[in-house]
Design a protein around this ligand. Structure first.
Ligand code: FE2
Length: 426
């Protein structure tokens, strides 16, 4: 799969963790595989260069727990969680521009279910003049009339709180905004996360790779050097896979960031579609009928895909029903909230009815090139989109074997809600 929503695997936890910064990461520590490893290391010496100590230790184990054989003790060692690192698969060295961002999957990493949190929508009270965001010397150009803008002359990492508020509002208005010449990729990962945390609680992806010690970073990684491009299109006509990210969560992401690390010189663009405009194009009769309906968004298939491909599942999958039409808390705009990645059925409808209506809505969204925008990546680009109002697809079209490597910062937002249908003025 070329999609960004089906991750290839998982992570490790080794970075310093403070309760102030990431309470979620403390939860990891409580049953951390690393702590388990440390216990195992104390009980089961495995270093071959210390045979005498090993023998002594085995004797100690025998004396304390005489019912365990040496083989049984060693089998515990072999059962330690597997950790997969791309850097190892690349032979211990890499040409990646940001090697510390290469994916790691730790099969021992497990998280409890998410708990609800109160989201603060920073775009809601932002100054619509954007004076703290679009500072003197900056330039904003629209990619299309309705959807997408590109900004130069702004450094996201240096924004004040007011500037960040205005960023959230601008992204809600334009749906996706491309920022060039950014320094986020070059900052310590912790600093990039602290920047993103302003916009909401960091999501931790259940199946994707992450930089070692930073599970809050979702990595999109494709190294074309291993033949995967040949097999990619073997069973499909196109790699286009419209989706919004992790909408199966009770509180799906809002203002979302994607940082380019390595990109093909040509190809590997990302396309975005504007779900507000998709809603606005519908007839009043259809709009009115959609209000009040909810649809099931499921993470079970993603988890099963990962499990069946030897990947990790950090958190047991969930499904949630969300309104088919949601309202944005900052702009009040209504958006179709369905996507091809995770929306499975419409509540209360019979199977055929649900499938037909869902297919119509997804076809409508997917073919709306007159309310879509296509982003071309370049080094130091950061793309910010509102995941509540868009879906997107990677464009897997390059055959050069070049690496495509991106880091996503994914702040969660409010539980989707809807406001009543409002008839339009004649
Ligand atoms: Fe995605």
């Amino acid at each position: 799969m070329a999609t960004e929503f089906i991750g290839q695997a998982e992570t490790a936890v080794s970075a310093p963790i403070t309760p102030r910064e990431f309470p979620e990461r403390l939860a990891i520590r409580a049953d951390s595989p690393i702590e388990q490893d440390q216990l195992d290391d104390q009980k089961i010496p495995v270093e071959q260069e210390k045979p005498v100590e090993q023998e002594k230790f085995v004797e100690q184990v025998k004396s304390v727990e005489p019912e365990k054989s040496v083989e049984e003790v060693r089998s515990v060692e072999q059962d330690k969680p597997k950790i997969r690192r791309v850097i190892d698969e690349e032979g211990g060295s890499t040409t990646a521009t940001y090697p510390h961002y290469l994916p790691v999957w730790d099969h021992g990493e497990k998280y409890p279910p998410w708990e609800r949190f109160t989201h603060t929508e920073h775009g809601k009270d932002a100054d619509p003049s954007f004076k703290d965001l679009l500072v003197v010397g900056s330039k904003l150009q629209h990619l299309t009339p309705s959807t997408g803008s590109e900004v130069t002359g702004v450094q996201l990492s240096k924004l004040s709180h007011a500037g960040k508020d205005q960023l959230a509002l601008l992204v809600a208005q334009r749906k996706v905004v491309v920022f060039r010449d950014q320094d986020l990729a070059g900052l310590p990962i912790q600093e990039a996360l602290e920047f993103g945390a302003y916009f909401g609680r960091h999501h931790i992806h259940p199946t994707s790779g992450a930089p070692e010690g930073y599970p809050e970073i979702h990595l999109v990684y494709r190294n074309g050097g291993n033949g995967e491009f040949d097999s990619f299109l073997a069973n499909r006509n196109s790699g286009v896979a419209w989706h919004s990210d992790v909408t199966y969560e009770e509180q799906p992401p809002g203002t979302t960031f994607l940082i380019i690390l390595d990109t093909p010189e040509v190809g590997g663009d990302t396309a975005f579609v504007n779900h507000v405009e998709a809603y606005n194009r519908l007839s009043p009769a259809i709009k009115e009928r959609l209000h009040g309906l909810t649809a099931v968004h499921s993470g079970f298939e993603q988890a099963e895909f990962s499990r069946s491909h030897g990947g990790v599942v950090r958190r047991e999958p969930v499904k949630h029903s969300h309104p088919l039409v949601r309202t944005h808390p900052a702009t009040g705009e209504k958006a179709l909230f369905v996507n091809g990645g995770f929306t499975r059925s419409i509540d209360g409808l019979k199977k055929e009815e649900s499938e037909y209506l869902l297919k119509f809505l997804l076809d409508h969204i997917g073919r709306g090139i007159d309310y879509q925008a296509r982003v071309r990546w370049a080094p130091k680009t950061v793309v910010v989109w509102d995941n509540r109002l868009t879906s997107h697809s990677a464009i897997v079209d390059w055959v050069t074997g070049e690496r495509r490597h991106l880091a996503r910062i994914t702040p969660q937002a409010e539980r989707p809600y809807e406001t009543p249908y409002a008839a339009e003025a004649k």
